[in-house]
Write a protein that binds this ligand. Structure first.
Ligand code: F3S
Length: 447
């Protein structure tokens, strides 16, 4: 029986998708790349912001059309949108046969069986459960990098965020389980491990009574085959000296940190329910740069949060100009029902939000240009992603400063064949806004 699987949303959701793919594979289902060949379509959805909800709903409607052709027997919706809008989906999209909640992914086979027996079915368990997964993940990222989800859920309750309501409380996965999974990934060719969770810096506090990310990192660094470890989603207030020391001491850990700050105005940060002030953010940025020379800091901002004034937006622009984050993403605020921020007044209009986002991204473009230009002449390790389509000897890769999908790339020519996941030395010879151009250092690529 053929299954066409669509994974939407974030990398944490992608890990769930890969776990479900593993279960499906172990139970004899075939994964097809063609929706027209599918007997069953599974869509793992997202509901974080308006655009993500829209994408999820449009995808469900698009896939529902295959019911008319007669081949598609079951349309199953899983993930965050299913968890948040169970009733609405079942009532308004009759083509959907089953819904599966975020903590019930291990039940995918029984859901399929029930649906194939002609029943509509929903499967939701307590969102604070940790599903027991016996099958190995099937990687969808290519074999050379992979996300490792170290915890689920979130206790921070930022006032704009719906995630605790669909993913539950923060709960870490046991360290032995993570080390075992990472070793399995390494045996299967993974060189770059990317640690994700709603919040990675709190790892271990629920299980071990202390923040245990440094200890976990030390153990992961011992795994043969893992060459790079990248850490995403660090809350600024949870970054400890011990973590900074571990990142700076361990050569396998990329000198890169994703640390969402969302804003810099103390009034807005407070309204957002964030636990940091502008001063705290300035201090941690300085500390990270002092203790880990060359570190690439990535952050994200929310612009147009309710009540944000022109002056506060200007303050944010000045802050970004001063702090000069190497990598930056800007989201417009999305009003999510059920969150405290949705009740704040006045809300900022869509036009103003977009304008503010544009101004922030334009400013970041000039910063990124300078940062990229300053890399020219450096010799950097580069992980190869692949060959550029249609150009036989042009390859694309990433430096330690760039995470997959969200950051920039480096392009280089090579007459000898490079494989995805090769790590080679490249001298940076040119720069674009977000991307670099380089030349392979002789002798560093396979002959
Ligand atoms: Fe991720 Fe979207 Fe759910 S961002 S945790 S898939 S709401």
């Amino acid at each position: 029986m053929n299954i066409f699987f669509i994974s939407l949303g974030c990398d944490k959701n992608l890990v769930d998708s890969e776990n479900m793919l593993g279960i499906l594979h172990d139970n004899g289902y075939t994964i097809t790349d063609y929706e027209n060949d599918a007997d069953i379509i599974i869509i793992n959805t997202c509901c974080f912001i308006h655009d993500a909800k829209e994408e999820s709903i449009e995808t469900i409607l698009e896939m529902a059309k295959h019911k008319e052709t007669g081949r598609l027997k079951a349309l199953i919706v899983t993930g965050c949108l299913a968890e948040r809008y169970k009733d609405e989906i079942l009532n308004e999209i009759p083509e959907v046969d089953a819904l599966l909640g975020t903590s019930a992914i291990s039940e995918i086979i029984s859901v399929i069986e029930k649906v194939l027996n002609g029943n509509k079915y929903t499967c939701f368990t307590d969102i604070n459960n940790q599903p027991v997964l016996k099958s190995k993940r099937i990687l969808s990222t290519g074999s050379y990098y992979s996300y490792l989800k170290i915890a689920e859920g979130c206790d921070k309750h930022c006032t704009y965020c719906i995630i605790p309501k669909v993913r539950g409380n923060f709960r870490s996965r046991p360290m032995e389980e993570l080390v075992e999974e990472a070793a399995y990934l390494a045996e299967n060719g993974v060189k770059e491990l990317i640690l994700v969770a709603q919040e990675t810096t709190l790892y271990g506090r629920d299980l071990y009574g202390r923040k245990a990310l440094p200890g976990l990192l030390d153990k992961l660094c011992e795994i043969p085959g893992i060459e790079w470890i990248r850490i995403l989603y660090c809350y600024p207030e949870e970054i400890t000296d011990e973590l900074i020391d571990t990142i700076s001491r361990q050569p396998k850990i990329c000198k890169y940190l994703d640390m969402p700050i969302q804003h810099c105005s103390d009034r807005i940060l407070k309204l957002m329910g964030r636990k940091t002030s502008k001063k705290d953010i300035v201090n941690i940025v300085k500390k990270l740069r002092d203790k880990i020379p060359g570190i690439a800091l990535r952050t994200t901002l929310i612009t147009g949060f309710p009540t944000e004034t022109d002056e506060e937006h200007e303050e944010l622009l000045r802050f970004i100009e001063e702090e000069r984050f190497e990598r930056l993403g800007v989201f417009t605020y999305s009003k999510e029902e059920g969150t405290p921020a949705s009740k704040l007044k006045p809300q900022v209009t869509a036009k103003v939000k977009r304008q503010r986002q544009k101004e922030l991204m334009k400013l970041q473009q000039t910063i990124a240009f300078d940062i990229s230009a300053s890399q020219v002449g450096r010799i950097l390790d580069v992980i190869i992603e692949g060959r550029i389509a249609g150009k036989d000897n042009v390859y694309v890769g990433r430096t330690y400063m760039d995470g997959p999908k969200v950051d920039g790339y480096i392009f280089m020519e090579s007459d000898s064949e490079l494989m995805s996941g090769d790590i080679i030395k490249v001298k940076v010879t040119g720069a674009n806004y977000y991307d670099l151009i380089g030349e392979i250092v002789e002798g560093s690529a396979r002959e």
